[in-house]
Design a protein around this ligand. Sequence first.
Ligand code: C2E
Ligand code: MG
Ligand code: MG
Ligand code: MG
Length: 268
Amino acid sequence: RAKALGRCQYKVFDNELSRAIRERVELTTALAHLAEGEGLSLHYQPICCLKSGRIRSYEALARWHHPERGAIPPSLFIRLAEETGLIHQLGERILWMACEQAAQWPQEIAVSVNVSPAQLKNHKLTEIIRQTLKATGLPAHRLELEITENVLIDNVEFKSSILNDIRDIGCRISIDDFGTGYSSLSYLWKFPFDKIKIDRSFVQGLSDPTAREIIQAIVSIAAIRSMIIIVEGVETEEQLQIVKAMGCTQAQGYLLGHPAPVVQHEFA
Ligand code: C2E
Ligand code: MG
Ligand code: MG
Ligand code: MG
């Protein structure tokens, strides 16, 4: 009986496994279409100056509308794209869409595009950015690139040379989700960042004195390095007032605006 049961369980496991594999294969096939632009769109979330309240830039956030499954979160499909190698094609398309759309905005506001780990390993990245700017007509100073800090652990030399090349074109670079990963303050010296984006988790933990002290320390370092601090995930007026009082320069979060398909320009 035990044997029979064992076999039966094995079969269940086997079925689940093959279903999981089939699902992954189907999703990967659909992802290849996404990389060609099918079902892909960008949402834009404003990043505001804390002093004036004015919009300084918009972060482009990829959205996938799957024909059967509906919206699939970027946390899921960007990872799958990384794992399958489709990220290069997808990343290029996202960059292109963001530049093309930003070039049409009536005001000279910058667009900020997320660059994934695999893209930063591509020695052609600088050339891709250069060509995209040229073809879309977006001036380099209006394109910013966001890099998550975890990406920077290895190949420091190579990556910092790519980032320097990108800055030489005239684009700005932000370190994204700062404080979450294997953070090292030395990154702030090793890499040419213009902006630090402090991760949402610090804002959520503002009632904790440690979180406030860490933000305060980052603000001091940013001042030495002439970097702009962007606080991510600001959801309440109280959080806004606290980070403003701490000397942070810019903020992003639901309080200031949700990601939306169309940018809401101020005409002041
Ligand atoms: P991220 O770059 O840190 O982007 C910020 C994320 O926080 C976005 O989630 C945004 O919708 C969300 N967010 C903004 N304000 C608030 C807030 O006040 N509260 C809360 N709870 N969340 C807020 P989203 O759009 O789901 O993207 C998740 C992540 O997926 C991004 O994190 C980024 O790492 C990645 N991602 C999104 N689009 C792209 C892309 O085009 N390329 C690459 N490589 N990665 C992307
Ligand atoms: Mg980002
Ligand atoms: Mg972020
Ligand atoms: Mg984040």
